[in-house]
Design a binder for this molecule. Sequence first.
Ligand SMILES: C[S@@+](CC[C@H](N)C(=O)[O-])C[C@H]1O[C@@H](n2cnc3c(N)ncnc32)[C@H](O)[C@@H]1O
Length: 298
Amino acid sequence: MVVLHELNYNNNMEKYFFAVINDENQFSYWEGEGIPKGWKSVQSFYTKEECIAFIEREWKDIRPKSLIKKIAKIGNQTIQSFSDCLEKHELMKEVYTKRYLHDMDSWSNYDYLKDCVNLFFTKYASVLSQKSVFEIGIGSGISSEFILKNGFKLTGIDVVEHKNWKKLKEFYGESFRPMVEDILLFNPQKENYDIVLDNGCFHHFEPELYLRTFNKVQDLLVDNGYFYLAVFEEPKEDLVQGHIEYLDGGKRRCKFFTETEISNLLSANNFELLATERVTRNFDNVKTLLCIAKKKIK
Ligand SMILES: C[S@@+](CC[C@H](N)C(=O)[O-])C[C@H]1O[C@@H](n2cnc3c(N)ncnc32)[C@H](O)[C@@H]1O
């Protein structure tokens, strides 16, 4: 409580105690007359004890009004920026939907996506006895086909259903279980997977959504399960943080990561980075950085 000095009390005057309040909604008590500037009386009492009991009852939030306002502003900004990033996420998804619809999914024709999964499955995943994979961003099924061909069961997710899924389903039956859903909205059931694979989806996400995505991956994996994450690599070796490029009229964000950056991100989200590999795109020298990580047991 902000305690005001006592004054203006003389023996002829009846003694009153005032519960007083200032512009910051802070309470205090005042004995006698002449309440100082900046304070106004809320109620008067015959005893100090009654006055203090009243203040204790009424002064529920001791933060000054200006501080409460400031906190509310920061809170609103956070909410605002999170809703902004969800909006951007929706625009990015729309780009993919349109591109697949008009056969403009140029990446589906590139060999490097196949080379990346090939490298991972021959070098790292062949030792696994259990063989279940969850793929984030199946797309036209380039990676999926390779995984299925190698005897793995594959559940996968994408925001767009691709015409190739039907053919894969006919050929691989129950081993291939594709779903149309946003990974961020997906609620993993009890089933856990040995490998979660992202071959070019995550690096298009807004940074505010990284934590949510990593949490989904954690939920999907068995303990010690592998997380395969392929991102664009920052070409400038002296940088600690990679750059960002925007495609499709600014709607598709492409983040280029340095190894340190992605390694820190994985480790902060309960993954241990076991190895990295690089695959270079033959048409523009952009490198894909393959991160092979393990889910840490908490
Ligand atoms: C660059 S493509 C890679 C496709 C695929 N991995 C391949 O090997 O062909 C990225 C894919 O992620 C999908 N995607 C984007 N946002 C997604 C999200 N929130 N949830 C699931 N998939 C998403 C896109 O629709 C697209 O198919």
